[in-house]
Design a binder for this molecule. Structure first.
Ligand code: NAD
Ligand code: ZN
Length: 250
């Protein structure tokens, strides 16, 4: 057994308020590619060209064809993996209180977590740009691109495009959660995109321990992080939670 997996379980056993900050890496084992890194979507398309709100407003047909159609197909069929389930179990064990996620796939809620702050919104829903009504992405008809609401308005995903503001309520709630936790788990994120990247700093300044789970080092490693458990999210979290359950029972 990896020493750091045991150490993480021991730290969690003592913790009362754990917050997780998650990124695209936690959903890789659910078949959703990350944006950056190996196999990432950004290797194929330029984000500034296709994931910017100005591009969507100018040419929704192209953005739907090049980016959103594929995202819908992938996210429609994705299910929570061992990492999402591990975090749901940590909530059941009354350790984890809040997840701050940069992901838009809705898999934390599907796994059963109840307090999920979605910094970048949600791809599980589409919003009509004319009447503002919402429709499940899985139910949107793509036989006509861009898909349209019954009122004739174009559907856009309920997530934050580049060039759009993050909901200020989400920022306030995330800062509160980060400053109140005693452990922050930073899972599957390269911690580059602000303001999510700032949350571990807030947690650290308020006395929390920062534990990373990632197969690669990040800018937090050897600086803000107390330690990194190197490995894929599913396998690593499952092992940590198993160890924690043994500690709680003994
Ligand atoms: P990111 O910056 O969070 O980078 C991905 C990270 O995941 C890297 O550090 C990588 O080492 C790590 N990783 C890769 N495989 C892993 C695994 N199996 N287990 C644990 N960690 C793993 O994410 P990004 O791809 O640069 O995305 C930037 C933005 O786009 C974020 O807001 C992100 O959430 C969003 N996005 C969301 C989804 C989704 O909803 N699933 C998918 C792609 C991108
Ligand atoms: Zn409408």
């Amino acid at each position: 057994m990896d020493k750091l997996i045991k150490k993480a379980a021991q730290d969690l056993a003592l913790a009362k308020n754990v917050v997780a900050l998650t990124g695209a890496g936690i959903s890789v084992e659910s078949g959703i590619p990350p944006f950056r890194g190996k196999g990432g979507l950004w290797e194929k398309i330029d984000p500034m060209e296709y994931a910017h709100i100005n591009s969507f407003m100018k040419d929704p047909v192209t953005v739907w064809n090049v980016l959103l159609k594929d995202m819908k197909e992938i996210i429609d069929k994705a299910v929570p993996n061992k990492a999402h389930k591990g975090l749901a179990r940590l909530e059941e064990l009354k350790k984890l209180t809040t997840i701050i996620t940069q992901n838009v796939d809705g898999l934390h809620q599907l796994a059963g977590n109840s307090d999920v702050i979605e910094f970048h919104g949600n791809f599980v829903w589409q919003r009509c740009m004319k009447c503002n009504s919402r429709c499940k992405t899985s139910e949107v008809d793509l036989s006509c691109i861009p898909p349209k609401c019954t009122c004739g308005g174009i559907y856009r995903p309920d997530c934050v495009f580049f060039g759009e503001m993050i909901d200020p309520d989400h920022l306030v709630r995330s800062r509160q959660a980060a400053s109140a936790c005693d452990i922050m788990l930073v899972i599957g994120t390269s911690v580059i995109v602000e303001p999510a990247a700032y949350m571990p700093v807030i947690a650290k300044e308020n006395g929390a321990k920062i534990i990373e789970i990632n197969p690669e080092k990040t800018p937090l490693t050897n600086s803000i992080s107390d330690y990194i458990v190197m490995g894929t999210a599913g396998h690593t979290l499952q092992n940590i939670v198993n160890q924690l359950e043994i500690l709680i029972e003994s």
